[in-house]
Design a protein around this ligand. Structure first.
Ligand code: MG
Length: 295
């Protein structure tokens, strides 16, 4: 999970006890879409200012403004122990996730992951993406593409698999085939009324992990799917701020996430872009689709 629960298989439930979760009705999923769309809008607003010379604190402010405008509740602020001090996690280069926005100035060649979530009318949305700042090196370009493609692959596979193990096995293989490594210490998660619900949603496969973490891909399940991919070792550590997760070898790391509902019609990205009908009631500055950042 992305904030708070530093999940490791060894600290998971007892063997054979499958995590239970609540299934969501179509009406509840529609409410979650409202939260997801605000998260999407906030990421679009941020994308317009993210460039060299901007601080991660200034980026965070865009999310505060967007959530305020919608009177949405930021889910990350004050989360956990010690309380997370911002509305977003902003993680630069070797920072994997949970970076704390501050006065760090972004420079050309950086990659910066932004993760956020909000609740509106009782329901949550959560999504993340990684931006390139100016010209980034070829390996970083590939890292971003592979991580994004891993998320797309997972969402696509939901329609073809019956168990999550079938999905995460292929996610991990896809990443490994590209020469990169999946972070195992952190997982995605169920999401609904709370940011973090059952089940855990790992991005890798092992027989041992699946004994406690595998689950059925049943309609009504809503998942925050969020591959974290390292250029080098899969191993990670934590900084003294007790939040920021970094790669053990200082190699770059990328992170993409969507909140995805499994429905009878297939997987639906609740933090994905608006339909034409949804767009009608959204601000003018969002109407030009060519300006959207897509993931
Ligand atoms: Mg998440």
């Amino acid at each position: 999970m992305i904030i708070g629960s530093k999940t490791h298989p060894n600290r998971q439930n007892n063997m054979n006890s499958k995590p239970t979760r609540e299934l969501r009705s179509a009406r509840e999923i529609k409410k979650m879409r409202a939260a997801g769309l605000i998260v999407w809008e906030a990421h679009q607003a941020a994308a317009r200012i993210i460039k060299a010379g901007v601080t991660t604190g200034e980026i965070n402010q865009v999310y505060i403004d967007t959530f305020d405008r919608h009177q949405a509740h930021p889910l990350f602020l004050n989360y956990g122990t010690p309380p997370f001090p911002a509305e977003t996690c902003i993680s630069v280069n070797e920072e994997v996730v949970h970076g704390i926005p501050n006065d760090r100035v972004l420079v050309d060649g950086d990659i910066v992951s932004v993760d956020t979530g909000c609740r509106i009318k009782g329901w949550c949305g959560d999504a993340a993406l990684t931006h390139a700042i100016g010209e980034i090196d070829k390996t970083s370009q590939r890292l971003l593409q592979v991580t994004k493609d891993t998320l797309d692959l997972a969402i696509k596979l939901i329609d073809h698999e019956t168990q999550w193990s079938g999905v995460c096995k292929q996610m991990e293989k896809f990443v490994n085939d590209a020469g990169f490594h999946v972070v195992e210490e952190l997982t995605g998660h169920g999401i609904g009324k709370e940011l973090h619900e059952e089940p855990s949603v790992p991005n890798y496969y092992s027989k041992e992990a699946m004994m406690s973490m595998d689950f059925d891909l049943r309609p009504g399940t809503v998942l925050a799917i969020e591959p974290m991919v390292n250029e080098g070792t899969k191993e990670v550590g934590m900084l003294d701020d007790e939040w920021t997760i970094v790669t053990a070898d200082d190699s770059n790391s990328a992170h993409f996430e969507h909140t995805v509902a499994i429905t009878n019609e297939g997987p639906v990205r609740l933090t994905g872009p608006p339909s034409d009908k949804e767009l009608e009631s959204m601000p003018e500055w969002l109407q030009d689709k060519s300006q959207w950042v897509l993931w």
